[in-house]
Design a protein around this ligand. Sequence first.
Ligand code: GDP
Length: 445
Amino acid sequence: MASALTDKLSRLVKHISGQARITESNVADMLREVRMALLEADVALPVVRDFIARVKEKALGQEVIGSLQPGQALVAIVNQELAATMGEGVSDLNLAAQPPAVILMAGLQGAGKTTTTAKLARWLINQRKKKVLTVSGDVYRPAAIEQLKTVTAQAGAEWFPSTPDQKPADIARAALDYARKHYFDVLLVDTAGRLAIDEALMAEIKDLHSVLNPVETLFVVDAMQGQDAINTAKAFSDALPLTGIVLTKLDGDSRGGAALSVRQITGAPIKFAGTSEKLDGLELFDANRHAGRVLGMGDILALVEQVTAGVDMAAAQKLAEKVKRGDAFDLNDFLAQIQQMRSMGGLSNIMDKLPSQMAAKAGQVDMDKAEKDIGRKQGIIHSMTPLERRKPDLIKATRKRRIAAGAGVQVQDVNRLLKEFEQMQTMMKKMSGGGMMKMMKKLGG
Ligand code: GDP
């Protein structure tokens, strides 16, 4: 993974920089690298072909906008197309059914169905305040029923007993009946998996589907499965009307190319990602964030490169000199800093590029919230007049109300921003001349 796609592309870009338009021949070179990156990420070959064709169509003849270099523009197109192929943004769970909303879990043995069932129970309890019942239809492996019992208890949900001498469809009917009578909001049904696709297994899960009429039929697939994922996904989506996918074991080494294959083959949105063996290791899947990982931008070098590219050294130098001279650090400078943050691709983009152990630690920070926060601050400063930005002292109650209304925020948000700005201003005053430049240089390696 050391030779990240960005490295290769930036080398290629050196040859073609200065050209205002992406041409057919340099696109071909760059697409060859993208193709390799996708294959290395274990995206299935037919899916890679389709994907490359779509990117090519978009890239050719497209004007390169503003300051972007052709290479960067292509990376942006690839990224957008990746996110679009994987479903763009976040796709939530559908619980709009007469309770109990039934969720049927399908997938091969070892994919993580039982673990995911318990994780989902916990997620529904904690995030959606639902009353959850689980049941296992795996009558072939008594240990699997026991496993579900144990993890359901850990998740704080209720487990409906089943035994190996029962028929899965009978278990399903009994569990559904119990869930209705006891006012459960959601019934999660774990099913038997085999090591490979077989007819009997497919017939059985189809039968379960018709008995249960689930609002969600989730296909659980191991992200490490790579090229094979495409066959499994096809078999399950031929047998069942899948409504979503759970991609498990994304905490592993895999670049998660299976996401692309499975999404394209089934047409179903990827709804969740499994990120650890523990019960809290389940997240709503975010296609935009996942795109960078598939492209193999997961090394620290790529991050450093991006950070230096994002930091405008001349602007940083100017700011440092301004501070040194003792000129006032005003809201324009503050805005410039926020924008710098954004030009590095935003927080979650940076997080995705950190090695996994570091990212796991930082993962405790709520990225969505942090990013929204940056956007909100930008919005607030944008609704100030140039005079207000230069002389923040002018901003009193009436102006605050106007600014808040302009940015669509509360007056408290404006106050918070001004307070933060003041703290930054104090810090800047204290900082001796070279401090800031030193910091920037350090970032640039
Ligand atoms: P099932 O046969 O499909 O029910 O699979 P299990 O739920 O028994 O999971 C198989 C193995 O994968 C177990 O050891 C789980 O702990 C592990 N597992 C499941 N999901 C994840 C995940 O998101 N990350 C990691 N690291 N392990 C997982």
